[in-house]
Design a protein around this ligand. Structure first.
Ligand SMILES: Nc1ncnc2c1ncn2[C@@H]1O[C@H](COP(=O)(O)OP(=O)(O)OP(=O)(O)O)[C@@H](O)[C@H]1O
Length: 331
């Protein structure tokens, strides 16, 4: 691509407040976002954390109150016309004609935007819809409909794709299809920005992520680095679970019982757990680190369970809690 700019998207101090009947509602407050060129970038955060507001500002659909944003080094919204052809986006469900085939719908769109009709076959292949291209849109599964929407964004062969919650309402098979479509786009050198409130879902496909909470950035970086920097949980097999729980809680750990296996959160060094127990003559039969994930990174950074925390993140693992919480709950 030979881009002289390192970043596909960059925002500094981006801010947007909505006026509502109840007063003011903060959409985004001082967001600094950096999305590198190439790869899948997960833009993650709970419902209402400001993801859609940010995307709408990037696309010039709403104006920020203050701050700046750039796409491939072009100031937006000011220089959006210079860069918009390099951007494809799905912000809301696009409208397709239900009685027309997928191919016919794309042909109409291609004509509308001045893209060569020959592009239609290419984009159908890119999203894996070639075989079903002649079928009517209304017969498509939700996942296929969403892939057709992605195909539509590819007609101009953009360098940057922005997908706002593209897997909303899809079943696991549909989610997998979208994930692999995003992966193959990134593997061909595109930059994909995908927003989601389901951290675990995007973790599997994203190379880098930004995590937002209440309109501000709480973490940004490579997925592997963010997870690596997080404290861990460990699972312990031990005969005397009561004595072990007591010792670990006294040492400041949060401990819970998962069907006879103790789960200890907020562990920086697992050898410390072993030592705390050994000091009391308690010996483990097994200690297994629980793989940290973005959800635990998020909780660790925000420590959030307070009022107003509408963090409806779909936690994959039930019973997720804040590492470092010294509550000492032994369920
Ligand atoms: N048009 C609007 N008028 C008033 N408040 C708004 C409007 N759009 C968004 N907000 C508020 O701004 C905040 C951020 O919303 P936004 O939709 O950007 O978040 P989000 O992270 O995309 O969440 P979701 O996944 O639920 O769409 C929320 O508190 C929301 O209520």
């Amino acid at each position: 691509m030979g881009d002289e700019h390192q970043l596909a998207i960059s925002t500094r101090g981006l801010r947007k407040t909505y006026r509502t009947r109840q007063g003011r509602s903060v959409g985004v407050q001082g967001l600094d976002l950096d999305v590198p060129v190439g790869g899948v970038h997960g833009f993650l955060g709970p419902n209402g954390s400001g993801k859609t507001t940010t995307i709408r500002m990037l696309l010039g659909l709403i104006r920020p109150d203050s701050g700046s944003a750039q796409i491939f080094g072009h100031e937006v919204p000011r220089d959006l016309p210079a860069v918009i052809d390099r951007v494809g986006a799905i912000v809301e469900s696009p409208k397709f004609y239900p009685a027309f085939s997928g191919r016919r719908n794309l042909e109409l769109l291609a004509t509308g935007i001045g893209a060569p009709r020959t592009e239609v076959d290419r984009v159908l292949a890119e999203v894996g819809l070639t075989e079903r291209a002649k079928d009517k849109f209304r017969g498509y599964s939700l996942g296929m409909k969403q892939r057709l929407a992605i195909a539509a964004t590819l007609l101009k062969d953009p360098d940057l794709l922005i997908f706002d919650e593209p897997t909303n309402g899809l079943d696991p098979a549909g989610i997998k299809e979208i994930r692999s479509t995003m992966r193959s786009l990134a593997d061909r050198g595109k930059t994909v920005l995908v927003s989601s409130h389901i951290l675990g879902e995007v973790e599997q496909v994203a190379d880098t992520v930004s995590i937002v909470s209440r309109g501000t950035l709480v973490a940004q970086g490579r997925v592997a680095d963010l997870i690596g920097a997080s404290t861990q949980s460990v699972r312990l097999c031990i005969t005397d679970t009561s004595a072990a729980t007591f010792a670990l809680v006294e040492a400041g750990y949060a401990v819970r019982d998962d069907a006879g296996v103790l789960v200890v959160d907020g562990v920086a060094e697992s050898s410390h757990v072993t030592r705390v127990l050994a000091d009391r003559g308690l010996y483990l039969s097994e200690l297994v680190p629980v793989r940290a994930d973005l959800e635990s990174v998020f909780l660790e950074l925000t420590g959030d369970d307070g009022p107003g925390a509408s963090h409806e993140i779909a936690f994959a693992g039930a019973g997720a809690r804040q590492p470092g919480d010294q509550g000492g709950e032994a369920a």
